[in-house]
Design a protein around this ligand. Structure first.
Ligand SMILES: Nc1nc2c(ncn2[C@@H]2O[C@H](COP(=O)(O)OP(=O)(O)OP(=O)(O)O)[C@@H](O)[C@H]2O)c(=O)[nH]1
Ligand SMILES: [Mg+2]
Length: 434
């Protein structure tokens, strides 16, 4: 099944928890703290692979998870890092993060989510980090200081990032074939490249894009993209071709293929203008790409008869032109050599959108909300510490209050008007403010 748009879900691994533990040894009375750290959670990557040509595999499997980090152990045993997950996609896949506006979810107003481009994978084995694994929590062995030699403090591992991701495939080829249905595009592709598209004496034989590689000699190659035929009105959504024009958006050169096996030569010129107009209506930039015009089916009686007149007309466009027979192979070598020499000097098509640098979530950001008179502090880093810490112990409380100062939580609370004896909530636990 050919799929060129799909939504999937990725989730990186949670970090392993740090632990509270003390050394227990015969004849050693007060073994020090020896709780190990949790391992980091695995990351989720996406990688382009030239063995894939469609997003069809995602139709049956849309959820991808990286492994959790392993919890720390006693004797300063650190947990293992969770295994990364690599999701393979075809070359030419654009990866967008789906961003849901949070405030609107709360107010119950429905709004379409926005998309942010994360990456555009154009080369085999190009790889990008999509969701970062949570960092592992520290064990109590790292919380000792001159005052507290036996800390009962440890951190839980951080959650891994999770994302809803929209994938869009825009096939990558050097030369894009544009033509009406039945012009002979798939025939040309099958005669010149390793591709094996369906060919038929009826319009709309091709319903999915095909990409093939033309090889002059080892290492000297270029790629052709064959898309469904486009028809007049395609830019208003008629036929299939328009939907698939995206698959030639990134071609460096467009080859307009015209069937010259027609009653009159004027028909062929009308066809050329229809194709020019449809591509221009779709995207002016695509229309301004390097262009080659090609009359096909010169082996037919009509084709031979029409050629001289059509040639005069092709000349007036100022674009390079060729006459071929895809079926018999006439002039295909001349055409393909010209395409190879031209394409190799053309630059790659740059992306319009800016790629977005993935940043790790800042887990030490602080915010405060007041709920029923209780000051609720949100700070992921501290919440993790509190969750993993034995608070019925003076040293732990001292540590927590030090962190309050470090993250300026006391100033933030004062700003919000906190008074003595008010309640503060953090990580599901409550303290009295003094
Ligand atoms: N005589 C002759 N027939 C050709 C030539 N090239 C293609 N054909 C025939 O034209 C018909 C259409 O060919 P396709 O290659 O399927 O055309 P297409 O442009 O891919 O058509 P769609 O996929 O429908 O857009 C088939 O019957 C081919 O055999 C040619 O050079 N000479
Ligand atoms: Mg075809």
């Amino acid at each position: 099944m050919f799929v060129d748009e799909i939504k999937i879900f990725v989730k990186a691994g949670k970090g392993g928890d740090g632990v509270i533990s003390f050394r227990k040894e015969k004849f050693v009375q007060k073994g020090g703290p020896d709780g190990g750290h949790g391992g980091h959670g695995g990351n989720v990557y996406m990688e382009a692979n030239n063995g894939l040509s469609s997003l069809g595999d995602f139709f049956h499997r849309r959820h991808f998870f990286a492994q959790k980090g392993v919890n720390g152990g006693s004797s300063k045993c650190n947990g293992k890092k969770g295994q990364d997950k690599t999701v393979l996609v075809p070359i030419g896949t654009l990866i967008y993060e789906i961003i849901k506006p949070l405030d609107l979810v709360e107010s119950g107003v429905k709004q379409t989510p926005s998309l942010r481009l994360l990456a555009d994978l154009n080369h085999h084995q190009e790889r990008v980090l999509i969701a970062k694994g949570g960092i592992g929590g520290k064990g109590n062995s790292s919380f000792t200081n001159s005052v507290d030699q036996a800390p009962r403090i440890a951190e839980k591992g951080a959650l891994g990032e999770d994302k809803e991701v929209f994938l869009e495939l825009k096939s990558i080829a050097d030369v894009g074939l544009v033509g009406l249905p039945n012009a002979g595009k798939s025939t040309l592709l099958s005669k010149t490249t390793n591709a094996n598209p369906k060919i038929g004496a009826y319009p709309f034989t091709t319903i999915i894009p095909n990409v093939g590689v033309y090889t002059i000699s080892p290492g000297r190659t270029f790629t052709f993209a064959d898309i469904p035929g486009i028809i007049e009105g395609a830019s208003d959504g008629k036929g299939l071709g328009f939907k698939f024009l995206r698959h030639i958006e990134r071609c460096r050169l467009l080859l307009y293929l015209i069937d010259i096996d027609t009653e009159t030569p004027e028909e062929c010129l009308k066809t050329l203008n229809v194709l020019f107009n449809e591509v221009k209506d779709y995207d002016e930039d695509l229309f301004s790409r390097t262009t080659v015009i090609c009359g096909n089916k010169i082996d037919t009686a009509n084709g031979m008869k029409n050629m001289p007149y059509i040639e005069e007309q092709f000349k007036t466009t100022g674009k390079p032109y060729f006459f071929i027979s895809g079926k018999n192979g006439d002039n295909l070598d001349t055409l393909c050599n010209y395409l190879y020499e031209t394409v190799k000097n053309l630059p790659e098509i740059p992306l319009e959108e800016e790629t977005y640098e993935i940043q790790t979530l800042k887990d030490n950001a602080v915010s405060v909300t007041i709920e029923n008179g209780v000051y609720v502090v949100h700070c992921e880093k501290l919440e993790r510490t509190i969750a993993g810490t034995d608070l019925g112990y003076a040293g732990s409380l001292r540590y927590v209050f030090r962190m309050f100062r470090k993250y300026h939580i006391d100033s933030i609370l004062k700003f919000h008007g906190i008074k003595e004896d008010d309640l503060v909530e953090l990580g599901g636990k409550r303290f009295q403010w003094f």
